[in-house]
Design a protein around this ligand. Structure first.
Ligand code: GLV
Ligand code: GLV
Length: 334
């Protein structure tokens, strides 16, 4: 009997179609915010699923999923998955690192430039008809070149941003991370390690690229923001819950932070009115990896992971990006 797989969102049909060579595919025709019960119902009679960050999957969602073997997340961050729960059930979880690294770093840098040089604010001001006469002091922003760039979370994407800052813009790059990088890697990306508080107080611009966990919920809160320079720009391309958004809005209103660029929000797709009301923040709708080429590549990687996890296709049994790879090595996968 052919395995059944659920595809939770419309992706790229031609790529998803590769699944049909091996599996019966339950597709989703419209972008859908599946609630917990809907996810549970879909997972109840499939062997695998291709899901996105919209789909939260934990104990309740897999309770009836007795034949589920693989959850392939189309994205690098997997805070939508309760990995310990999936592991305990013997379900392999996979993600899509690497293919989106450079694209996401590009977006982070775009937000940094747009916020620091007030690009979006200028565009809006011009369209509103406010440009009466050229003035020497219109839309004065902050320099990127020669400034000090801070990176919180030095994984693949953090390193790609460090390279852009160091090699492209002559920035001094400082970072903080749970673990320090090997010296040769630090040198290659041109970044120096500092403690969290030192990072906050020394940098001219700070980019957040760390995975979201319970430990770093609201790690950028009022106290952290108070340590930053009032001329600084904050960019978040990680997950919204890392930042206390009300504290951020307050700092931006009261001149304790110059500007921000946000791609992620605590309660997506809802964006707080306190942020929407501000001119000194650039807001994008979670498009970090959204170049056409990269989004296509992510679906391909997820499809490959799903098939491999189900023991099908060229990499049968060896999904390239298993998050809980220990299940495969210790034989506890379903
Ligand atoms: C998107 O945010 C991802 O984690 O890939
Ligand atoms: C996150 O895992 C990254 O690729 O930086």
């Amino acid at each position: 009997q052919r395995p059944r797989v659920w595809v939770s969102q419309p992706l790229f049909d031609d790529t998803v179609a590769q699944l049909a060579a091996y599996c019966d595919v339950v597709a989703t025709d419209e972008v859908s915010a599946h609630d917990s019960a809907a996810i549970a119902a879909q997972l109840a009679d499939v062997d695998g699923a291709l899901v996105t960050l919209n789909d939260r999957i934990g104990a309740a969602e897999i309770a009836a999923a007795s034949q589920l073997k693989v959850i392939a997340n189309v994205g690098v961050g997997y805070n939508n998955l309760d990995v310990p729960v999936l592991s305990a059930a013997g379900i392999i979880a996979t993600n899509t690192p690497d293919v989106l690294t450079e694209t996401t770093a590009d977006l982070g840098f775009s937000l940094l430039m747009a916020a620091a040089r007030r690009i979006v604010e200028s565009d809006r001001w011009l369209r509103e008809g406010s440009w009466g006469q050229w003035s020497f002091t219109t839309m004065l922003g902050a320099d990127l070149h020669g400034s000090t760039l801070g990176i919180l979370g030095m994984g693949r994407i953090g390193q790609a941003i460090a390279r852009r800052g160091h090699h492209g813009f002559g920035m001094k790059v400082l970072y903080h991370n749970r673990s320090r990088l090997p010296q040769d890697v630090e040198q290659a990306v041109g970044a120096g390690y500092v403690g969290f508080d030192e990072l906050l107080s020394r940098v001219d611009h700070l980019v957040l690229v760390l995975p979201y966990t319970a430990q770093n919920h609201h790690i950028i809160n009022a106290a952290a923001l108070a340590k930053m320079k009032p001329t600084a720009t904050l960019v978040n391309i990680a997950r919204g819950g890392i930042v206390d958004e009300l504290a951020l809005a307050d700092a931006l209103v009261n001149g304790r932070l110059a500007s921000a660029g946000l791609d992620v929000y605590e309660n997506e797709p809802t964006v707080r009115p306190e942020l929407l009301a501000l001119r000194n923040v650039v807001l994008t709708p979670h498009i970090g990896s959204a170049s056409l080429a990269t989004r296509r590549a992510m679906v391909q990687v997820a499809v490959d992971n799903l098939l491999a996890g189900l023991g099908l296709g060229p990499d049968a049994g060896r999904p390239a990006n298993a998050i809980n790879a220990d299940l495969l090595s210790n034989g506890s996968a379903r």
